[in-house]
Design a protein. Structure first.
Length: 558
C-alpha cells in the first residue's frame, strides 16, 4: 500500500483530531490528560481533498502498445503446440504519484484466455519488477524513485509463445527540491518594479511572474517569497495562490490601515509560471515581493527538519555580543556545523529560520542574506519602535557557511534567530505543494478560542507516512492579552487523546509569532509532526486567542 493512500485512509480520523488541553504545570514526565480534554474544532478533515489534489495521474492507453517480433507461423512452442502471435494482446498503463517519490502503476492487459503472461516493468532508474498473469487482467505495482524528476516506466508483456507487447508511461514525481535564489526583489508596486507603479485596488488580484523571471527557469512548482503589504488604506488580508486556480479560503497576511506587514509565503506556481496576490480589503495596498528560492522537479536540495535551535540572541549574548545591533549594521550567524554538528559542516545550501526583531529604538527592517552579499535590496522583517515581531525565512547560505542579518533601521535593535531545518543535496525531504487549505479556525461558530497557557493539537499524518514537516500559515486574532504562539511536535497518538490517556507534551522552548492585545498576526511555520503525526499549537500568553491554521504543502522522505 502506498504512502498517499495511507494518509487519506487515516484522514477519516481527523474529525476528532483537534483537542485543547487545560493548562497545568509542566512535568518532567508526561501526565495523562484524562477526561478534561475538550474537542474544539474539526477543520483538518479538509486535508484529504488537498492531498488528492497534490498528486497526479498519467496514462498511456492500450492503443499505444507496440508489438514485438512474434514467432513465425508454423513454429511450435516448447510444448509442441503451434505458436502464432496473439493479435488481441495489448497493454494499457495508468500511473498515479502517491507520495513525493512514489508511483502506483496499474498495468491493464488484454490477451487470449488461459495463456500465461509475464509482466516486466522497467522503471527507468535501472530497477525492474516482474509479475505473472493468466489471460486478461490488471497488475498493480508500487515503486519509489531515488530522486525527484521526470520518469519513464516501460512495461513488457510476453506470453511464453514468443509474442511480446510493450507500452511506456512518462510522468514526473510529485515531490520537488529547493534551489536557493538571491534573495532578489521581484515586485514593488510603489516603484513600478515588476508591475505598473500603482497600488493594488480593493478586492483585486496582482499576477506576478515567477517562471522565466530574473533567470528563474520555467516549470517551477512553488516559490519561496517574502511578501510585504505597505500603505494599506483599510483593514484586510492578502492571499497568495497559483494563477489559474480558484481563490482559496486561506490567508497569508493580515493588516490594518497604515500598517507595513511582511510574511513568508511558500506558494504553488501556476502552470503558466505566475502566482496571484489577492488584496482582500476595501482599500488599496502596495505590495513588495522578494524571492529566496524556488522548488522544481530538478534534483537539487531536499529538506531536513531539526528541533528548533537558537542560533543567536543579542539580548542574552548567545553566540553574539550582548548588545543591540546598531543601525545600518549587520551580524553573522554560523550555519555550517552549528548546533554541535546537527547542521552539517558542509553542503547546506539554505536554512529555515524564524527571525525576531525586539526592542528596536525606531522603525526599520531586517534582511537575511548569504554572507558575502554586500548590496542589500530585500527585506524579511519590518518593525516599529519597541515592537517585538517575528517572521519566518528560508535563507540561502553563503560560501563560507554563514548567513548575514542586516538592520536596515537608522537606530539599534535586538535580533533573535532560530533555525528549524536545513536544505542540502543529501537531505531526503521533497516538497509536495498542496492547494491552500484551511485546517483550523477556532473563531468559527460553536468553536472555542484557545485559552492562555493551553495547547491544541492537529492530527495530520501517521508515523509511517514519511511526512517530516508541514508548511502552515498560523494566524492569531481576537487576542485578549499580549502573548506568543509556539508550535511543536506531540509524542501522543490520536487514539490516546480520544480515550483520555494522552500525556501532556513539553512546551516548546521558542515561539513562532508574538502579539499584543487586540492584534491579528500571521506567520509561516514549517511544523515537524510527532512520531504519530500530531502537531501542537501553544498559546503561551495569559489571555485567550483565536487561531487559524492553513496548509500549503508538506515535505516527505523517500
Amino acid at each position: 500500500m502506498s504512502h498517499h493512500r495511507r494518509l487519506i485512509a487515516t484522514a477519516a480520523m481527523l474529525a476528532a483530531g483537534v483537542v485543547a488541553v487545560p493548562s497545568t504545570a509542566a512535568a518532567a514526565a508526561p501526565s495523562p490528560v484524562g477526561a478534561a480534554a475538550r474537542p474544539v474544532a474539526a477543520g483538518a478533515s479538509a486535508l484529504p481533498k488537498a492531498l488528492s489534489a497534490g498528486f497526479r495521474t498519467f496514462t498511456s492507453p492500450a492503443s499505444d502498445s507496440e508489438r514485438g517480433q512474434g514467432v513465425p507461423v508454423g513454429a511450435t512452442s516448447s510444448q509442441g503446440v503451434a505458436a502464432t502471435p496473439d493479435p488481441t494482446l495489448r497493454v494499457g498503463l495508468t500511473g498515479t504519484t502517491d507520495s513525493a517519490y512514489g508511483l502506483n502503476l496499474v498495468t491493464s492487459v488484454t490477451g487470449a484466455a488461459g495463456v500465461p503472461l509475464t509482466v516486466t516493468v522497467a522503471w527507468g532508474d535501472g530497477s525492474t519488477s516482474t509479475a505473472t498473469l493468466t489471460g486478461s487482467g490488471n497488475v498493480t505495482s508500487d515503486h519509489t524513485y531515488p530522486q525527484v524528476g521526470a520518469f519513464k516506466a516501460t512495461v513488457t508483456v510476453t506470453d511464453g509463445r514468443g509474442d511480446t507487447v510493450t507500452n511506456s508511461l512518462s510522468g514526473v514525481t510529485a515531490g520537488s527540491d529547493l534551489t536557493p535564489f538571491g534573495p532578489t526583489r521581484l515586485l514593488d508596486t510603489g516603484t513600478g518594479l515588476g508591475a505598473p507603479k500603482a497600488k493594488v485596488g480593493p478586492d483585486s488580484v496582482l499576477r506576478l511572474r515567477i517562471g522565466g523571471n530574473h533567470g528563474i527557469p520555467t516549470g517551477v512548482t512553488a516559490a519561496v517569497l517574502n511578501v510585504t503589504v505597505a500603505d494599506p488604506t483599510s483593514s484586510g488580508h492578502l492571499s497568495a495562490y497559483a494563477d489559474g486556480t480558484a481563490l482559496p479560503a486561506t490567508s497569508n497576511i493580515n493588516f490594518v490601515a497604515g500598517q507595513t506587514v511582511p510574511n513568508q509565503v511558500v506558494v504553488t506556481v501556476g502552470a503558466d509560471g505566475y502566482v496571484d496576490l489577492y488584496n482582500a480589503s476595501g482599500g488599496t495596498v502596495n505590495l513588495i515581493t522578494d524571492i529566496a528560492g524556488y522548488f522544481s522537479t530538478t534534483a537539487a536540495s531536499g529538506y531536513t527538519p531539526i528541533t528548533p535551535h537558537r542560533l543567536l540572541d543579542t539580548r542574552k549574548g548567545i553566540r553574539v555580543a550582548q548588545a543591540q545591533v546598531p543601525g545600518h549594521s549587520s551580524i553573522t550567524a554560523l550555519i555550517a556545523g552549528a548546533h554541535k554538528g546537527v547542521l552539517p559542516a558542509t553542503g547546506v545550501t539554505a536554512v529555515a529560520l524564524n527571525i525576531t526583531a525586539s526592542g528596536a529604538k525606531g522603525a526599520g527592517f531586517l534582511s537575511v542574506v548569504p554572507d558575502g552579499v554586500t548590496s542589500i535590496t530585500t527585506s524579511n522583517v519590518n518593525f516599529g519602535a519597541n515592537q517585538t515581531i517575528a517572521n519566518a525565512a528560508i535563507a540561502p547560505v553563503g560560501a563560507d557557511g554563514r548567513i548575514r542579518v542586516y538592520n536596515g533601521s537608522a537606530l539599534p535593535t535586538d535580533i533573535v534567530v532560530d533555525v528549524v531545518g536545513y536544505y542540502s543535496a543529501a537531505s531526503r525531504g521533497a516538497y509536495v505543494p498542496l492547494p491552500p487549505t484551511r485546517l483550523l479556525d477556532t473563531a468559527a461558530p460553536a468553536v472555542s478560542a484557545l485559552p492562555g497557557g493551553d495547547y491544541l493539537h492537529l492530527a495530520l499524518n501517521v508515523a509511517w507516512a514519511n511526512v517530516t514537516s508541514w508548511v502552515l500559515n498560523t494566524t492569531v486574532t481576537d487576542t485578549a492579552t499580549g502573548g506568543s504562539l509556539a508550535v511543536g511536535w506531540d509524542p501522543n497518538t490520536q487514539e490516546m487523546y480520544l480515550f483520555g490517556s494522552a500525556g501532556r507534551p513539553a512546551t516548546p522552548l521558542y515561539s513562532s509569532l508574538n502579539w499584543t492585545r487586540g492584534e491579528t498576526v500571521a506567520n509561516l511555520v514549517q511544523a515537524r509532526p510527532g512520531p504519530y503525526g500530531l502537531v501542537d499549537f501553544w498559546n503561551t500568553g495569559t489571555g485567550s486567542t483565536d487561531l487559524l491554521v492553513d496548509a500549503f504543502g508538506m515535505y516527505e522522505n523517500r
